[in-house]
Design a protein around this ligand. Structure first.
Ligand code: AMP
Length: 534
């Protein structure tokens, strides 16, 4: 598909129609078609459900929630690590038309209190505790009383009472354009904003992600990514279930060995992960002992997917059809993905092409579409764009323009074949003495140094140039720390002088979010404190 106009605009043509269904209707359909097939497995407890059984558990919980007074449009929070009850809650709320509010299990009282109030939450479905997280104590600390604890006596009673009752449906007719999910997202910066998504947004995004990696009812998807994030609940749960495929949950939170054990034991055909998860799996001492031959495909997404990691996943994990997806919570999430029929370079070095029925364009600072090959901000339009941020018209207007384009804040480039590449984030862009510098370019360059295991580049304030570059470097095991002079020597003649970092900081690890994103804001704060101390 050549881009004849040579401008950075593309739309996803497809002969497959969008689904005009609510999430509940999708589960009804798939249960009618594949009722006896497995839908959900928890390898860490051994529990498993067919579609018929999962459908019934969701109905029972929906009946229970109705008894607690939940109606269409009410906000119901879910605060728990991964587990089957998370999935029951996702479907039960969708059947009622209640809006599921995903609460990050890593949140603590301050953030919990904020999202409970900001969303106007009627009920919180919560884990009681997990490892060092005492969820019950935190809920009590903020004084929120309307809570249903997973696995509690109350939970058991509600489910038992619903056992012989038919589900009578929601209190009002539901439409697929109704909001059904609020996903709080702060990316790596700022206070959480509640991206509000409809049935139509996430049913279709899940469905077309599943189409993109050719799911059928024979697929079994190993899901180590968190369910509270769209990677888990949309690309995972809805992506698989819209095709009758099964979901295998290997652990409540990511564990590399448990993930590969689950793939082996359940003969999974697909495995998801952010790049750091695949890196951790490949680095296991026991890696070669796992039988991963059942794997066919999977998805790597969430942040830049290093070429070397993609190559190893294809060669050593049998994931010959693995795809890279790119997107963000506000766009349900996926906007572009690679295809198994692309050549290896396109599959490892780009984020692929625009998804069916969506549009992508790259614009300059004035909002003009740039020529092919030039960097600019990636914008997405179409069925996937959120309704807006919950109860925040002002923040919504900052990111969605009058023509309904979502401005992602990601800097990308499009080639003549309409393939895209992410270069960095607008917010990460460093301006040094008037030159725009994309840290990603310098990171890719330094990554080639034989003693560097990983590297991140940030901008730090500078009196003379406005900003200067600082590289944070993780050394390979046994390698001596690199100095600024070493870096300068390595870059000599290869990088423009202003792209050579002025400061080098050797660390053991980078500050990171649960979803595998490097917290550059935190790095910058630490760097500023460090420089002030010099
Ligand atoms: P979130 O809303 O948490 O899913 O974060 C979305 C952000 O993650 C995007 O705006 C990108 O900056 C980043 N991201 C997601 N997928 C990719 C990818 N495949 N390559 C590079 N960055 C990505």
């Amino acid at each position: 598909m050549r881009n004849e106009a040579q401008i950075s605009y593309t739309s996803g043509a497809s002969t497959v129609q969008l689904l005009g269904r609510t999430i509940g209707e999708v589960l009804d359909d798939v249960t009618a078609r594949f009722g006896d097939r497995e839908a959900l497995v928890e390898t860490f407890t051994g529990r498993r459900w067919t579609f018929t059984q999962l459908h019934r558990e969701a109905e029972k919980l929906a009946i229970g929630l109705q008894q607690l007074g939940i109606r269409a449009g009410d906000r119901v929070g879910i605060w728990s690590p991964n587990g089957a009850e998370w999935v029951f809650t996702q479907y039960a709320t969708a059947m009622l038309g209640a809006i599921l509010v995903n609460v990050n299990p890593a949140y603590r009282t301050h953030e919990l209190d904020y999202v409970v109030k900001q969303s106007g939450m009627s009920l919180l479905v919560s884990a009681e505790r997990f490892r060092s997280s005492d969820y019950r104590a935190m809920v009590e600390e903020i004084g929120f009383a309307d809570v249903l604890y997973i696995g509690s006596a109350q939970w058991g009673e509600l489910m038992a009472a619903a056992d012989d009752q038919p589900f009578r449906g929601p209190d009002v007719p539901l439409g697929f354009d109704d909001p059904i999910n609020i996903q709080y997202t702060s990316g790596t910066t700022g206070f959480p904003k509640g991206a509000t998504l409809t049935h139509h947004n996430i049913v279709n995004n899940g469905f077309f992600v599943g189409e993109g990696i050719s799911y059928t009812e024979a697929d079994r998807v190993c899901l180590p990514v968190p369910l509270y994030h769209c990677f888990g609940m949309v690309m995972g749960i809805l992506g698989a279930h819209t095709h009758g495929a099964a979901i295998v949950l290997p652990a409540p939170v990511f564990e590399a060995a448990a993930t590969l054990e689950a793939v082996q034991a359940e003969r999974c055909t697909s495995l998801y992960g952010v790049p750091t998860m695949f890196i951790a799996e490949l680095a296991l001492d026991s890696f070669s002992t796992f039988d991963l031959s059942s794997l066919r495909t999977g998805i790597m997404a969430g942040s830049t997917c290093p070429v070397e990691v993609m190559e190893r996943v294809i060669a050593e994990m049998h994931m010959t059809e693995v795809a890279i997806c790119y997107g963000m919570t506000e766009t349900s999430p996926v906007s572009t993905m690679t295809s198994a029929t692309d050549d290896i370079a396109a599959r490892t070095q780009t984020i692929g092409r625009v998804m069916p029925h969506l549009e992508v364009k790259i614009v300059d600072q004035d909002g003009h579409v740039v020529p092919v090959g030039e960097p600019g901000e990636l914008c997405t339009r179409g069925y996937s764009v959120m309704l807006g941020y919950w109860d925040d018209a002002e923040k919504t207007a900052e990111v969605i323009d009058a023509a309904r384009w979502m401005h992602t804040g990601d800097i990308a480039r499009m080639d003549a074949n309409s393939r895209l590449e992410i270069i960095g984030r607008l917010k990460d862009m460093v301006i040094r003495g008037g030159e725009n510098i994309y840290p990603r370019e310098i990171e890719e360059f330094l990554y080639r140094h034989p003693n560097i295991a990983d590297v991140q580049v940030i901008g730090v304030p500078d009196d003379k140039y406005g900003e200067e570059l600082m590289a944070w470097v993780i050394m390979r095991a046994g390698a001596a720390p690199l100095s600024v002079d070493d870096i300068r020597e390595f870059a000599a003649g290869k990088l423009t002088h202003f792209k050579v970092p002025r400061y080098v900081h050797v660390v053991e690890s980078f500050p990171m979010t649960v979803t595998g994103k490097i917290r550059k804001v935190e790095m910058r704060e630490q760097a500023i404190a460090m420089l002030a101390g010099i």
